[in-house]
Design a binder for this molecule. Structure first.
Ligand SMILES: [Zn+2]
Length: 109
């Protein structure tokens, strides 16, 4: 990857991190503890609990993605970033953002 491509990727990663952080913040708000049974009734409490687990699953998902992006940001500054360890060719930048821990291209992985 060229210096310019690296800078572009870095910028893109930062934007993605910002977006994810916003999403996580609003999801955390919606995942607030479910109110006690007597205040909202049994059925809606069940709904709230179901809803909560959906929110928590997507929170976990986003947090995993966020930590990968942070990892990408660290790795992007290291020499040899984006080069396949097997064939020494450039790794597709999109692949790097989804799987920053990978040091091989799609063909070699
Ligand atoms: Zn390769």
């Amino acid at each position: 990857m060229t210096q310019k491509e690296l800078q572009l990727s870095e910028k893109e990663i930062k934007v993605m991190i910002e977006q994810l952080e916003l999403e996580i913040a609003s999801l955390e708000e919606s995942a607030a503890p479910v109110a006690p049974e007597n205040s909202i009734g049994r059925i809606s409490r069940m709904d709230a609990i179901n809803n909560k687990s959906v929110i928590e699953a997507s929170l976990r998902n986003r947090k995993r993605k966020l930590s990968k992006l942070h990892l990408s940001l660290t790795k992007i500054r290291q020499p040899g970033f984006g080069i396949c360890v097997s064939c020494k060719k450039n790794i597709n930048p999109k692949r790097l953002m989804l799987l920053p821990e990978s040091d091989k291209c799609v063909r070699c992985a």
